[in-house]
Design a binder for this molecule. Sequence first.
Ligand SMILES: *[C@@H]1O[C@H](CO)[C@@H](O)[C@H](O)[C@H]1NC(C)=O
Ligand SMILES: *[C@@H]1O[C@H](CO)[C@@H](O)[C@H](O)[C@H]1NC(C)=O
Ligand SMILES: *[C@@H]1O[C@H](CO)[C@@H](O)[C@H](O)[C@H]1NC(C)=O
Ligand SMILES: *[C@@H]1O[C@H](CO)[C@@H](O)[C@H](O)[C@H]1NC(C)=O
Ligand SMILES: CC(=O)N[C@H]1CO[C@H](CO)[C@@H](O)[C@@H]1O
Length: 522
Amino acid sequence: MLVKMRAKVSVVSILLLFSVSSLAEEVKVTVQGVTSIAKTDDNFVCATLDWWPVNKCDYNQCPWGKAGLLNLDLNNKILSNAIKAFSSLRIRIGGSLQDQVLYKVGNSVKKCPHFKRQKEGLFGFSKGCLSMDRWDEINNLINKTGALMTFGLNALIGRRKGTTGDTLWEGDWNPQNAHDLMKYTISKGHKIESYELGNELCASGVAAKVSAEQYAKDIVTLKNLVKELYPNSTTRPKVLGPAGFFDQKWFSTFLEKSGPDVVDGLTHHIYNLGPGNDPSLIDKIRDPFILSQVAQTYRDIFVTVNEFGPWSGAWVGEAGGAYNSGGKYVSHTFADGFWYLDQLGMSSTFNHKVFCRQALIGGNYALLNTTTFIPNPDYYGALLWHRLMGKNVLAATHSGSSYLRAYSHCSKEKRGITLLLINMSNSTCFDVSVINDENLYPRQTEEDSESEKWREEYHLTPKCGDIQSDVVLLNGTPLRLTESLDVPSMEPKLVDPSSPITVAPESIVFATLRDFKAPACD
Ligand SMILES: *[C@@H]1O[C@H](CO)[C@@H](O)[C@H](O)[C@H]1NC(C)=O
Ligand SMILES: *[C@@H]1O[C@H](CO)[C@@H](O)[C@H](O)[C@H]1NC(C)=O
Ligand SMILES: *[C@@H]1O[C@H](CO)[C@@H](O)[C@H](O)[C@H]1NC(C)=O
Ligand SMILES: *[C@@H]1O[C@H](CO)[C@@H](O)[C@H](O)[C@H]1NC(C)=O
Ligand SMILES: CC(=O)N[C@H]1CO[C@H](CO)[C@@H](O)[C@@H]1O
């Protein structure tokens, strides 16, 4: 019996040894440190708060709970600590129901109803109401956490549904209610970083649509309103739109017709993983071929901005991966980082300024658990990105497996560069060496004052190797809130820089190389 068991154990260990050693692959990642290829905003990482009521349900579940803006516990300590940890997190307030929200201020709004289920309403809901008490509470949270707020305005107010029988809405936007809200907001000293007009009304729309020509006219109205109420151009909120799915014709017409210096951020939405109830979501989310397809959209937007609106910047205004509130067993787990961090990397290489994740809280795809507020793995991924990845984006390429994704930015604040390495393979370990491509404009050699002793590495892996876990490990230790409900400190592992960066199967690594000579980062 004993002998038999020993034999079994050694067979297993030989198999293990074999599988580990045979599946390591050496990869050289080349980073061009000479010039940056794109630049993000200082606050590239952004998360959304949405209006969905408790009874927003998809696929026999109602995953929003009390996380919608009108129900959310704004005094929750985890929520404010989680936002504060970014100093500053960009927060975009908006979503499907935003074009049905009335602001209870001024004289133009007589009735201010609660959202109710309504068959004939857009998205199955009636109009809803934002009271100024609630608005103050939301702004107080933004103020005390040092966040930056993008507020999405109702863009259907004043229009009527067209007579053609489709979803086209016609007529001018009526800015009165927005005007009254802004006046109130200013009188209270609340700071709004940007105003966005409408949600998913562009191109073919979702529940309703507006033509590009009409929308251009309306966003000029919004710009003039903002200019009038915020005369100081240094502190004036930006104007963003159209907050919907990209369509080349619609977006270029919108930029052309609205004209120079109107649209500060061209916002578009990304849901490239399909419906939240797709059973193959867990495979799609780590399939490099599927994930790469959206690069064409990022590139098309990049080209459209350059060609038709160089005064504007491209923003991902909302992206949740899988639509209809995300995937129940996927979107809040470690596996979502394969999609999310890859999207941050990809969109920034195409000169996107901001990436707003749907959602900070609510649905299955939130950074914070909808009921417990406990940070999900992507929360920590977002925070690491925000702390480590600077504004200047560098080209990073390799000729190894497509299951290894590599991105590089100048480091934030400190010297050198930071790499984001994502291993989507469940079997191959990548040993990455980083090559500096300075062949084209080699810099003058200079003396190293302080040569790098260590490389700083942050390895993210799922608990128990289960990529569908809600718990992520940093360098082998689970990330959990402290006893005071604060976000834990996230310290790097210090590694001998002469060794390659080991990227384990199904893991995500940030690595900071302080001595990497990158003139683009000076
Ligand atoms: C918060 O509000 C106070 C009072 O209006 C203001 O002095 C302070 O600058 C605000 N803080 C932030 C981060 O906006
Ligand atoms: C505009 O705002 C900036 C920043 O708060 C301030 O320094 C400047 O004095 C203001 N300008 C005017 C004309 O009020
Ligand atoms: C939130 O946490 C609870 C308790 O751990 C868990 O059952 C639930 O699946 C989580 N929900 C989401 C959407 O992450
Ligand atoms: C790796 O993933 C493939 C495809 O999803 C699957 O068939 C295989 O069983 C997985 N291997 C391991 C070791 O988990
Ligand atoms: C080259 C390589 O590592 N391929 C594997 C990548 O991961 C997928 C799924 O996790 C496997 O199916 C491949 O064999």
